[in-house]
Ligand binder design. Structure first.
Ligand code: ATP
Ligand code: MG
Length: 416
């Protein structure tokens, strides 16, 4: 068998050189080269620097003595590249404490089993999501990332010069996935979100990823919440089953979640917070601090994850369906004080949608291409956007969304 990778550790014990090699597996490959058994390879390995790229021909060792990786007996080693300088980060020990260093050298740190485990699980998360959607009859879609109008108004859009037109980077596939509801009953997309907000928080990126779904022919937003909670429970089960090794490397004990998740209305959330002395102005969205506090209160009652339903119209996008009582069919999903997802039932009635745009101070002219789709038999529908980095942060107990994406785009980072 030919195995390839990079030397992440070299240790000499008397007449044995032990190489640990980071390759495609989560745990390193370990080869022990004995002076007596394989004198040529021993000589070669004796002064191989950490960082060397190599392949070896070998077989699984009949006796596994290493606790650090999977042991092989090497028959042949081919060196492909040696580092020009000592590595700037440790590829075997603890990942650097400084997040800045981790972000700068993420590409190299992926040789480190700990850092690699995070991204193996991220990959697994998306694989699980796809599997869930396929099993449930969803069609995967790709919508444009260069767009003429944003779903949430103009403030957070990155402008793009598009020939003689003004365009933007897409902040969400919202409008397009809704348009597709006029012909495909269930769609999903795994997509980047570009948001031009100048925030610098542990939960915001300027380029983040979302798992977006839209479902037609629903009876209420309850149908959407069902899909979302089942999706998350499925993802967790999948990771528990398929990433035992990576969870072990990270020392994370991932507990399964049972559905249905707890639901409270926005009004109940406000009442709970007010009863704890938190001031919430009428008709406003929850602040980050309020959201965090609510997360603590709910966690103390045994609800780590919960929906907040029926958001007030003032705190939602124009496309959410309004109820008679001034609430909407928008919900948020919060996990320990962090918003993981927003979703709800949309307004599918043409006239009401135009009114909603006007009520939000938006010009229906700018949304003509979108509104067209509502003229030809648009069914009631709803969906959600689930933040990939935020979900990963919560599942693995990370502190910052920057730990959950390979290359960070934030206020201060455009490279690497
Ligand atoms: P927030 O209020 O926390 O900034 P949002 O309500 O603007 O988020 P949505 O438009 O509801 O975000 O997007 C759906 C989901 O995508 C969010 O619940 C979140 O998990 C994720 N998300 C949105 N914006 C970002 C971002 N800038 N960085 C990381 N994740 C994000
Ligand atoms: Mg939201």
């Amino acid at each position: 068998m030919r195995i390839c990778g990079w030397v992440i550790r070299r240790k000499t014990i008397g007449k044995i050189v032990i190489l640990e090699i980071s390759g495609d597996s989560s745990k390193p490959y370990v080869i022990a080269l004995k002076k007596e058994r394989e004198p040529e390879l021993f000589k070669l390995a004796r002064d191989l620097p950490v960082g060397t790229a190599l392949c070896f021909e070998g077989e699984l060792a009949p006796v596994q003595k290493s606790r650090r990786g999977v042991e092989y007996i090497a028959k042949e080693i081919n060196i492909y590249s040696r580092p020009l300088e000592p590595l700037p980060v440790d590829t075997i020990g603890k990942v650097p404490a400084l997040l800045d260093t981790r972000i700068k050298y993420r590409y190299l740190l992926l040789r480190n089993p700990v850092e690699k485990a995070i991204f193996k699980i991220r990959e697994s998360m998306l694989r699980a999501a796809r599997e869930y959607f396929i099993k449930n009859g969803f069609m995967e879609i790709q919508t444009p990332k260069i767009v003429a109008a944003g779903a949430e108004g103009g403030a957070t859009l990155f402008p793009v010069k598009y020939f003689e037109y003004n365009a933007y980077l897409s902040q969400s596939p919202q409008l397009y996935k809704q348009m597709l509801m006029s012909s495909v009953p269930r769609v999903y997309e795994i997509t980047p979100y570009f948001r031009a907000e100048k925030f610098d928080t542990p939960r915001h990126l300027n380029e983040s990823w979302g798992i977006d779904a839209e479902i037609g022919f629903i009876k209420s937003e309850e149908d959407v919440m069902n899909v979302l909670e089942n999706l998350i429970a499925y993802i967790i089960d999948y990771i528990r089953k398929n990433n035992v090794e990576e969870l072990g490397i990270l020392g994370v004990e991932l507990k399964p979640l049972t559905v249905p998740f707890k639901r409270i209305t926005f009004k109940e959330a406000v009442d709970i917070l007010r009863s704890e002395g938190v001031e919430i102005p009428e008709g406003e969205d929850l602040t980050e601090a309020a959201e965090k506090k609510l997360g603590e209160i709910m966690a103390s009652k045994g609800y780590d994850i919960f929906f907040i339903t029926k958001f007030p119209w003032e705190a939602t996008g124009f496309y959410y369906m309004r109820n008679e009582d001034g609430t909407t069919r928008k919900f948020d999903l919060d996990y320990k004080g962090l918003e993981l997802s927003s979703g709800g039932q949309r307004e599918h009635r043409y006239e009401k949608l135009i009114q909603a745009l006007r009520d939000k101070g938006l010009n229906p002219e700018g949304f003509k291409f979108y509104l067209e789709a509502f003229k030809y038999g648009m069914p009631p529908h709803g969906g959600f956007g689930l933040g990939v980095e935020r979900l990963l942060v919560k599942l693995l107990g990370l502190g910052n969304v920057r730990e959950a994406i390979l290359f960070v785009r934030d206020r201060n980072r455009l490279v690497p």
